[in-house]
Design a protein around this ligand. Structure first.
Ligand code: SAH
Length: 255
């Protein structure tokens, strides 16, 4: 079967990395796992080899049906879902996942993570992803760095992200032409942020013209003026939360 570039197909073939993912995820009998892009099911079967409650897997490529259906036929804890993981209706999943563990297609990283962060309040709080190194660097980028971007600020406002380890290119087939890392995101606060259109509007407008100041990008957000001469990437997470809090709840301003 030919690997499809448009689906970001680089299949994990390294057993040590697989073991490392499983160890890091600290799976327990209460865990309901969501896997995005199971592909041939290598990670899926490693998840099922653990004592987990169940696994939901969302795959777009119908060519994987025979292999994945065989795995599901052998283990009733696996439920397969077919379609685009960016547009998938996660709210319908039952039981609802508390952990996302996935070697995802790199081309959908940003929209997929925005979508999944929306379910933090429902309990989807632990995320362990294989990511393109550059994407992971942007997610953990601190203030005053040019890699900083809205998704990273949001992840940091909701919890914390760490790079667990580098993953050599040779661990995948076909061998990708980008570097990969295993990255962990643990959400622990501000669970509503990713669902709030005001929060994402402030961030996306703030970062929209990177060379312009915040007062330019957020013209009608009068109360950002404290930070007006700064650029979006300079602000700390707490400063973004302050701008958001004042706009969300204007009466708090005079206190
Ligand atoms: N997890 C597997 C495969 C990783 S490759 C492994 O580690 O070996 C990425 C997988 O994501 C492929 O199976 C690809 O078909 C699937 N995929 C790509 N785009 C997708 C999308 N939009 N929604 C769901 N799955 C997708």
């Amino acid at each position: 079967m030919r690997a499809l570039k448009r689906y970001g197909q680089n299949f994990l073939v390294d057993k040590n990395i697989l073991a490392c993912i499983i160890r890091r995820a600290c799976l327990s009998p209460d865990d309901v796992v969501l896997e995005i892009g199971p592909g041939h099911g290598v990670l899926t079967r490693a998840l099922l080899a653990e004592n987990v409650k169940c696994v939901h897997a969302v795959e777009i490529d119908e060519r994987m049906r025979p292999e994945l259906e065989e795995t599901a036929g052998n283990d009733s804890r696996l439920t397969l879902h077919w379609g685009d993981a960016v547009k998938f209706d996660y709210s319908s999943l039952s039981p609802f996942p508390n952990k996302v563990i996935a070697n995802i297609p790199y081309n959908i990283t940003t929209p997929l993570l925005w979508e999944l962060l929306r379910f933090a309040a429902r309990g989807m709080k632990y995320h362990l992803y294989m990511l393109q190194k550059e994407s992971a660097m942007r997610i953990i980028a601190p203030e005053d760095t040019k890699e900083r971007y809205p998704l990273g600020v949001t992840v940091q406002a909701m919890g914390h992200a760490v790079i667990v380890r580098n993953v050599p290119r040779e661990c995948f087939r076909p061998v990708p032409n980008v570097d990969s890392v295993l990255a962990e995101i643990v959400l622990e606060k501000n669970f509503e942020l990713a669902c709030d259109s005001l929060w994402s509007e402030i961030l996306h407008r703030g970062f929209s013209h990177r060379r312009k100041t915040l007062s330019n990008n957020l013209k009608d957000f009068a109360d950002v003026l404290n930070y007006g001469s700064m650029r979006a990437e300079d602000l700390t997470v707490n400063e973004w939360l302050e701008i958001y809090g004042r706009k969300k709840n204007p009466s708090a301003e005079s206190c």
